[in-house]
Design a protein around this ligand. Structure first.
Ligand code: ZN
Length: 431
């Protein structure tokens, strides 16, 4: 582990901090990917319009909380393979329920559902915001974020003397945040959201919403030599940012393959949606690119057969207080480069060919690499990797950055690791 964080690594991870701060919800994250791509000259494509995809073109498409960016090399043809970086935009936490204004005993509260598998305790005693999208009667979608508006307050130790022997939170009764004081019947959480949306949005016109709770404390470096980085939503905005940064860094080069970043929503709840990895979004975009390049069905299949997807998601660094949770021989260390994820039961899609491609890319980038495999008694989670492999038949290798506190409201990475990951991704795209 280096004594000093390289300046380029610090700049990369500070830019990750800007990405995370701009992305309190998956909808914001997808638009931040598109904004960065458009600022670099990519053309925004509308899925309901005809596409004119040509060699040398660069494009970005947003579907709900997902975004796909594509760079087509000038020399690309009908059988040119795709090099895909797959990530996800959503993070575990809470989602606003219908009839969101609730409360009692002088407190106004917001009604929320649990989204995915958050560490519930990590959300206690933080000032959080409401963020996501509102859809008005005219069909228009409005991104919204309120700034600090809510907090899930923990019960005082005096009222729960056993709290330090093991905290048990009821997912319904104990997770509803307070948002203010007063009479519930005179309060309206939706009106606060409409006011925060600007654009003259009137609460009465809001007919639908997808709104989550989001941590508001900004990301920051800390620790000896400021080698550590604390941030919400590293799972998986760390990978999404690393991927779009890698694609933009090489987009003007004549790459061997068609470079793609696919950032999917809904990974934390199983990917089964029209914008999730189990849905058709990526296949739709790849097929339309193939059509633009004049590919027959046979040529399109040849392109898919030669393609590679690097699926990146965060993984677990060894926790110094719980080293026994890892495989005895495979101890991924924070600050020691990206992890290659391997699982005999294909919870990760990595196989021998994919592993070899990734290791070669890390070596070409001058990036250290390490493996993650589970302790046999502590089964791992999964990622979009096996879903993409199953959905498209494209070879997938699962990788990521080793972090601590996964699914906490505030996670922890080494400052150098997002930069290492992005450099290795660049090497994959370069072929
Ligand atoms: Zn994840």
């Amino acid at each position: 582990m280096p004594d000093v964080v390289p300046a380029a690594a610090r700049a990369h991870t500070e830019d990750l901090g800007a990405f995370v701060s701009a992305s309190p919800s998956s909808y914001h994250a997808a638009r931040e990917v598109a904004r960065r791509a458009e600022d670099a000259g990519f053309v925004r494509l509308d899925e309901t319009a005809a596409w004119d995809v040509v060699p040398g073109g660069r494009y970005v498409v947003v579907r709900d909380g997902s975004a796909i960016a594509v760079t087509v090399p000038p020399t690309a043809g009908a059988t040119t393979p795709f090099t895909i970086l797959g990530t996800h935009t959503d993070s575990t936490g809470f989602k606003l329920k219908p009839r969101p204004t609730t409360g009692r005993d002088g407190w106004v509260q917001a009604g929320v559902e649990v989204y995915g598998g958050p560490l519930l305790n990590s959300w206690l005693d933080r000032e959080v915001e409401l963020a996501g999208r509102l859809v008005t009667a005219d069909g228009a979608e409005h991104l919204v974020r309120t700034g600090p508006i809510a907090r899930i307050p923990q019960l005082a130790i005096h009222l729960d003397r056993s709290a330090n022997e093991g905290l048990t939170l009821d997912k319904q009764r104990h997770t509803q945040p307070v948002v203010g004081l007063g009479d519930v019947s005179q309060s309206d959480v939706l009106a606060e959201l409409a006011a925060a949306a600007g654009d003259g949005v009137d609460a009465a016109d809001v007919l639908g919403y997808d709104v989550v709770l989001a941590e508001t404390q900004p990301p920051r470096a800390f620790g000896i030599g400021e080698a550590l980085w604390a941030s919400p939503r590293l799972d998986n905005q760390l990978s999404t940012h690393a991927a779009i940064a890698a694609l933009l860094a090489v987009a003007s080069e004549d790459l061997a393959g068609i470079g793609v970043v696919a950032a999917f929503d809904h990974e934390e709840i199983g990917s089964g949606s029209r914008s999730g990895a189990a849905g058709p979004f990526l296949e739709d975009v790849l097929r339309r690119v193939s059509v633009g390049l004049g590919a027959s069905e046979d040529e399109r299949a040849r392109a898919f057969a030669a393609s590679l997807c690097v699926s990146s998601d965060v993984g677990h660094a060894v926790h110094p207080n719980y080293p026994e949770r890892h495989d005895p021989a495979n101890h991924p260390h924070a600050g020691a480069g990206p992890i290659l994820k391997i699982n005999a039961n294909q919870r990760y899609a990595t196989d021998a060919h994919g592993a070899a491609r990734w290791q070669a890319a890390c070596a070409a980038a001058g990036v250290p690499s390490q493996e993650f495999v589970s302790n046999n008694t502590v089964p791992c989670g999964s990622t979009t990797g096996p879903i993409t492999a199953t959905r498209l038949g494209i070879r997938v290798v699962d990788v990521g950055a080793a972090i601590l506190s996964m699914h906490s409201a505030r996670e922890l990475t080494a400052v150098v690791d997002p930069w290492y990951l992005s450099r290795a991704m660049q090497a994959v795209l370069a072929g």
